[in-house]
Design a protein around this ligand. Structure first.
Ligand code: FES
Length: 111
């Protein structure tokens, strides 16, 4: 506790624990997309919809600064917009909105 751990930029998605590598300074959103992890969005990552909200479970110090356009959407400390939070070290986050919830997948694929 209380010690910052610096290392390679990497995002762990909880609760599943899927780990996704990120480029230095890449947004959580872009790194997740590149790795096939869906993140809800209805504003094309323009910091307008708030759908990409995540809770930062670990490694908040590994994320870039919160700017005003992001801050407007945050319900409180410990939350970030995936489309605005830039990754500079290991972090663990939890998606607040699962895009799968609103887009049910057909069972067993298409006929
Ligand atoms: S994707 Fe809309 S606010 Fe991040």
């Amino acid at each position: 506790m209380g010690h910052a751990t610096y290392g390679k930029p990497e995002i762990t998605f909880l609760p599943g624990g899927k780990r996704v590598p990120a480029g230095e300074g890449e947004t959580i959103f872009d790194a997740a997309r590149a790795a096939g992890v869906p993140i809800a969005s209805s504003c094309f990552s323009e910091a307008r919809c708030g759908s990409c909200l995540v809770r930062v479970v670990r490694g908040a110090e590994s994320l870039g600064k919160i700017r005003i356009d992001e801050k407007d959407h945050l319900p409180g400390p410990g939350y970030r917009l995936a489309c605005r939070a830039r990754v500079f070290g290991p972090v663990a986050v939890e998606r607040m909105r699962d895009p799968g919830e609103s887009l049910p997948l057909p069972p067993g694929g298409r006929a």
